[in-house]
Design a protein around this ligand. Structure first.
Ligand code: ADP
Length: 163
């Protein structure tokens, strides 16, 4: 049976932390679907189309990685795409507490879906999309925190920010 994992998140924007977890987990799965959750309650800096394009560019060389946008419950999306696993990254104990409740509830909702965690690399423990957004907002250079494909592009896209 084909092992398919969903890596869900906002990816606003994708960072080297996300990229590292996804690439390190490649040997574990036949297919990894990066799922951009389209959460209308969450304000985003970058449009869904822009986030999708950057993720596609980041993983263009990896045929086992694809990207999709979804709405609704993550477990329902897993079912619809045939993903048996949800993949998440763990940076801190706060991540763990947050992820534990979501993982346990998701399993209750859909017992066939297992959540698997990969520890972040130490150099990425402090990194998250919100820090990258702050750097951009205040005119700093975010390039060392994002995948190669995004370098030099982030500051050009502030017009996408939702008001
Ligand atoms: P969410 O909107 O669910 O917070 P994110 O886009 O921030 O999603 O992150 C998606 C997944 O990537 C989560 O499992 C998160 O823990 C993981 N992640 C984010 N940043 C890092 C990092 N620097 N190192 C490892 N995992 C990370």
């Amino acid at each position: 049976m084909k092992r398919t994992a969903l890596f869900p998140g906002s990816f606003d924007p994708i960072t080297r932390g996300h990229e590292s977890v996804i690439i390190r987990s490649l040997p574990l799965f036949d297919h990894i679907i990066i799922g951009i959750g389209d959460n209308t309650e969450k304000r985003s800096m970058f449009s869904i189309d822009q986030r999708l394009e950057w993720i596609r560019e980041t993983f263009a060389a990896y045929p086992a990685i694809s990207v999709e946008v979804y709405t609704g419950l993550t477990v329902d999306f897993c079912r619809s795409v045939g993903a048996q696993y949800i993949l998440r990254g763990l940076r801190t104990s706060a991540d763990f507490e947050f992820e534990r409740s979501i993982g346990q509830i998701n399993r209750k909702l859909h017992p066939d879906t297992e959540t698997l965690f990969l520890l972040s690399l130490p150099e990425y423990t402090a990194l998250n999309s919100s820090i990258v957004r702050d750097i951009i907002r205040h005119g700093g250079d975010p390039d060392s925190f994002v995948p190669e494909a995004l370098k030099g592009k982030l500051h050009h896209n502030l017009s996408h920010e939702k008001k």
